[in-house]
Ligand binder design. Sequence first.
Ligand code: SF4
Ligand code: SF4
Length: 166
Amino acid sequence: MANTIQEILGTAASLAKGMGITFKEMMSPTVTDEYPDAPPEFQERFRGVHVLQRDIHGMEKCVACFLCAAACPSNCIYIEAAENTEKARISGGERYAAVYNIDYNRCIFCGYCVEACPTDAITHGHGFEAASYNTSTLVKRKEDMLVAIAPGMTPPVVETASAGAH
Ligand code: SF4
Ligand code: SF4
């Protein structure tokens, strides 16, 4: 008998708690995203299309260590590494990513690549309009993801053969 009363009281408490939340939500103002007429609001932690970052000097942060590719469970990151030289310095490390592709046909936005990166070179942006009927457009290249050189940053030195001849 005592158990039955306890169960009834427990059920009533759960119902009251649930109804309390429902009532609170009914009273709170409605929030409606007007997308696509207005941009949607994202939480800071939203994982969108990746961004490849630069350091304060404008150098690419990626040093082509392949740790992101190793951590990726979808095997969708493709990197080709190249050596920095005195004449062509692209990143702050010994190497840089000459090619850095992410295949968004396969990416599951798990964030493992971001977690694995030792230089914070790859982050999630808030871009989300990646859907396409043409799957070849879903392979994003370094040039698609790399942040632009901001004013005041010193661009990477790339001395071409013709420039060096002067
Ligand atoms: S978010 Fe996940 S699936 Fe997408 S590239 Fe990074 S590790 Fe791979
Ligand atoms: S993005 Fe980061 S983890 Fe991936 S190759 Fe570049 S430095 Fe390494």
